[in-house]
Design a binder for this molecule. Structure first.
Ligand code: THU
Length: 128
């Protein structure tokens, strides 16, 4: 099941715009209506860059879905590439505590964690 996410995240990573960090990342999110991908898009104004996960979330919401079923992040690094803190918060908006987040590289899967392991005690705003 995760295979399709792996191949799509690995492929979209090629399109990343990462001239500053030179670190390309791809992300794939499964929702009920399909798979949504994103890559990191950096900017000369460095804080304005977008992470791969953020791009994939935007793509999912634009396609009309708001529930994440599964996430895979692909990068090529000697160490584990887990979503940054901001992306954990962004994912938690649409992913419940049991949603699996898989981290992968060229040799396959390196780790799988649940959302509530990645972001325990997530901030959730419940409007009145
Ligand atoms: N990056 C992601 O896109 N996702 C992650 O999970 C970790 C970091 C990007 C942001 C920036 O473009 C580059 O990787 C280096 O931090």
């Amino acid at each position: 099941m995760t295979d399709d996410l792996y191949h799509m995240a690995r492929a979209v990573r090629e399109n990343a715009h990462a001239p500053y960090s030179k670190f390309k990342v791809g992300a794939a999110i499964r929702s009920r209506n399909g798979i949504h991908v994103g890559c990191n898009v950096e900017n000369a104004a460095l804080p304005d860059g977008i992470c791969a996960e953020g791009g994939a979330i935007t793509s999912m919401v634009a396609a009309g879905d708001k529930e994440i079923l599964e996430v895979l992040v692909y990068a090529e690094s000697d160490s584990l590439v887990a979503p940054c803190g901001g992306c954990r918060q962004k994912l938690s908006e649409f992913a419940g505590p049991d949603v699996k987040v898989t981290m992968a590289g060229p040799d396959g899967i390196t780790a799988t964690m649940k959302m509530d392991e990645l972001l325990p005690a997530a901030f959730l705003f419940k409007p009145a």
